[in-house]
Design a protein. Structure first.
Length: 286
């Protein structure tokens, strides 16, 4: 099984990625939080830090781009290629209302004809690996068959499917019936994403979908940074490694963020995910 770390805006930036990879090796790809192309400027200082090759040294890091304009995607991808990246990812999964209202992220799925023209242009004009992260549709499961037919027309590096609708956000259960359709009919290598929280979830998925050899995990790895190691090797997170992981992240933020308020705000986001480790520590930590 190949394991990918999902992009989580504001949390798993370059400092987090480096520390996680050092303490918990085994992640095949780290997907970066999305970049939104800007017509009037290039990357800002925050974005430059995220994509700087020296800040991702030793990692297979994949920049993610979110836009509905082919020329902007192509321009941004070429800049990333000049930095040494040979793979980019298209975000068609973000369910945020502010994103969707602009026809970006999963909002782009509501316009299949425009999406097909977009894909046709970027695959024609870019000599790079292009992967796509998608939801099942906007409002109805039936939308996915139309989307899958479009995706099958392009030579993707891989198709990452989060089988929820845009209107599901993260609250409703994943729709495995959608992923069954994908596993039966996708012509591109397929990756699953969604609600892999415990090692048992990964093991169950592997039994039910033996033909799918890669998974993307987000919240599960933020809750338990040793999740992949546990699933792949049976090594349960120990208190000493957890403390080292936490303290290294905190110290790294102290070096780059100004003021205790900013540091604590950033750590608070991580603590919210890690709370389950302490609600029932025997379940996660030895």
């Amino acid at each position: 099984m190949r394991y990918y770390f999902a992009p989580m805006e504001g949390i798993n930036g370059y400092l987090y990625r480096r520390i996680h990879a050092h303490l918990f090796p085994g992640i095949d790809k780290y997907f970066m939080p999305f970049l939104v192309p800007h017509v009037k400027r290039s990357f800002n200082s925050k974005e430059l830090k995220e994509i700087a090759p020296e800040n991702n040294k030793g990692l297979y890091a994949v920049p993610q781009i979110m836009t509905n304009k082919a020329e902007d995607f192509i321009s941004t991808a070429k800049k990333l290629r000049d930095l040494g990246y040979d793979e980019v990812n298209l975000n068609l999964g973000c369910p945020s209302k502010t994103v969707v209202s602009k026809g970006r992220g999963s909002g782009f799925l509501a316009y299949p004809k425009e999406l097909e023209r977009f894909l046709d242009e970027i695959f024609e004009k870019l000599d790079m690996k292009i992967s796509v992260k998608t939801r099942a549709g906007v409002e109805e499961e039936e939308e996915f068959l139309t989307l899958l037919d479009i995706y099958n027309r392009f030579p993707m590096e891989e198709l990452i499917v989060h089988p929820r609708l845009q209107t599901d956000y993260y609250k409703k259960p994943v729709r495995f019936s959608v992923f069954l359709q994908a596993s039966a009919a996708s012509r591109n290598p397929l990756c699953y994403n969604g609600d892999l929280i415990y090692a048992q979830d990964i093991e169950r998925f592997a039994r039910e979908f033996p033909q799918v050899d890669r998974v993307m995990i987000g919240r599960g790895l933020l809750r338990n940074p040793g999740l992949v190691r546990e699933a792949a090797q049976g090594i349960v997170l120990d208190k000493e490694t957890l403390r080292e992981y936490h303290d290294q992240i905190y110290e790294a933020y102290q070096e780059v963020l100004y003021g205790d308020r900013n540091i604590l705000f950033r750590m608070k986001e991580l603590w919210c995910f890690m709370g389950s480790l302490f609600e029932d520590p025997k379940k996660y930590i030895k």
